[in-house]
Design a protein around this ligand. Structure first.
Ligand code: SAH
Ligand code: SF4
Length: 442
């Protein structure tokens, strides 16, 4: 029997990219390829890239070169190299100057043709390139996931928001939503396969279904999920919610549900109204804090996560102080912070990147400090709670899990394996502020 060609996928960037790689692996396996044990041994190296910050591009270029040369040495001949995803979509053929050994170069809208292109490039020795326009529908189906505990499930692809700093609308195209029946079918399969938690993905899930002309389609989707799976033991979350589109009705549906979990990822980006306007975010800091208050009042144990950018063009110390003020008030449990990075094609790239690197760094440090202090205050709400934790990892005598609300918890263990199980624990915190879960009956 002929040996199957092996594929290794290397993924950069966001959860959506991770999920798209799982889909791509599914396509490869369906076409008779196998999964490589190690990247260095793979016949085919696929790089699913990110372009959200310049740093991501620089890192990808380094990793691609390293892995290509490692595989070439190990195998004694070069692997087939596939470049796809957002960096490809943005930089296109220009990438060939930097990575001349690419065999297949496609953007974000050509994943379906990649396995065929690989077969063709192997047969002909010729490079295959394609940059298709976005397809009008989002019907992606079939994912080869790692493990059987947590799954990503994309419900929409693309973004219409054009935040002025962001390259995503250019690299992924307009938002297209997956039909509700397909989402429900995929959820049924995940449940049957034994998955314990599912994260619905979209750049702005709250506008799910806008492209079908249905303004409250996200609420309808959540209600259908609750109706169909409400009695099952599975946790369902969703990211990301644009604060501008965070309707109260969504919070109310979550409050009444057992399976829809109260984790809200609400990227603040900045606290200054002037900067928010320059960012084209469509809300003020007051409106943002109103939503946060509404969530906190409706579901006191809800967890709120955020993304924040420091050093957007023209950001002054006073603007930055507004960001710190919102952080103090909102008391985020989870936060990702970034230094502004100008991106090609975006509106903000027309502005001078005038906040010096040094200042961006100082602001990031100051922000981290205030985030920690605010989180520490917020932990008083969670401490002492008796909650269920889903165990997702076991390492060195410790279990790592998440609560329904997406709080990370460390649990000292008794040696037995609890992977994929729900454990009831009492939450405390250690001296470093880390949440510890104690199982009473142990
Ligand atoms: N759709 C999601 C994810 C967007 S990308 C959302 O709206 O939140 C993830 C995060 O990267 C963004 O929330 C933003 O904080 C950050 N980001 C995007 N473009 C950036 C840029 N040019 N410079 C620095 N950070 C950026
Ligand atoms: Fe980028 Fe804004 Fe769309 Fe998020 S909502 S992907 S930040 S344009």
């Amino acid at each position: 029997m002929e040996k199957k060609l092996s594929v290794a996928l290397v993924t950069f960037g966001c959860q959506m990219n991770k999920s798209r790689s799982e889909h791509l692996l599914h396509l490869f396996l369906r076409e008779g390829f196998s999964r490589a044990q190690k990247e260095e041994e793979a016949d085919i190296l696929v790089f699913n890239t990110c372009a959200v910050r310049e740093h991501a591009v620089a890192r990808a270029l380094g990793v691609i070169s390293y892995l290509y040369h490692a595989a070439r040495t190990k195998r004694g001949k070069p692997p087939v190299v596939v470049l796809c995803g957002c960096m490809s979509e943005l930089l296109r053929e220009k990438l060939l100057e930097r990575i001349p050994y690419v065999n297949v170069l496609v953007g974000t809208h050509d994943f379906n043709v990649i396995p065929r292109f690989v077969q063709e490039t192997i047969a002909s020795g010729e490079r295959r390139i394609s940059f298709s326009p976005p397809s009008p529908l989002f019907l992606e189906e079939g994912y080869e996931r790692e493990g059987r505990i947590s799954a990503y499930l994309p419900i929409a692809f693309g973004c219409d928001n054009f935040c002025s700093y962001c390259v995503v609308p250019y690299t992924t195209g307009p938002q297209r939503s997956k039909p509700k029946e397909l989402v429900l079918k995929e959820l049924t399969n995940l449940l049957e396969e034994g998955f314990r938690e599912v994260t619905l993905l979209g750049q702005n899930v709250n506008t799910y279904g806008k492209d079908f002309g249905t303004p409250y389609a996200f609420e309808e989707l959540l209600e259908s999920i609750e109706k169909r799976f409400g009695r099952e033991k599975i946790w369902i979350r969703f990211i990301t919610s644009h604060p501008r589109d965070m309707r109260r009705g969504i919070v109310e549906i979550i409050r009444e549900s057992h399976i829809l979990c109260p984790y809200f990822h609400l990227p603040l980006q900045a606290g200054s109204n002037r900067i928010l306007q320059l960012m084209n975010r469509g809300y003020t800091k007051e409106q943002y804090l109103d939503i946060v208050s509404y969530i906190r009042e409706s579901i006191p144990e809800a967890v709120i996560g955020t993304d924040i950018i420091v050093g957007f063009p023209t950001e002054t110390d006073a603007d930055f102080a507004d960001t710190l003020e919102v952080v103090e008030k909102a008391q985020f449990e989870i936060a990702y912070t970034y230094a502004y990075s100008p991106r090609p094609r975006t509106k903000a790239a027309e502005l001078e990147d005038d906040v010096p690197q040094e200042v961006k760094k100082e602001r990031l440090e100051a922000l981290t400090k205030v985030l920690k202090e605010a989180y520490s205050k917020r932990l008083l709400v969670h401490e002492g709670r008796k909650v269920e934790v889903l165990v997702v990892e076991e390492k060195k005598g410790l279990l790592f899990g998440r609560t329904r609300e997406n709080l990370g918890v460390t649990i000292p263990t008794k040696g037995k394996s609890y992977l994929g199980e729900f454990l009831t624990v009492c939450l405390t915190r250690d001296s470093g502020g880390k949440l510890i879960g104690n199982v009473e009956e142990w």
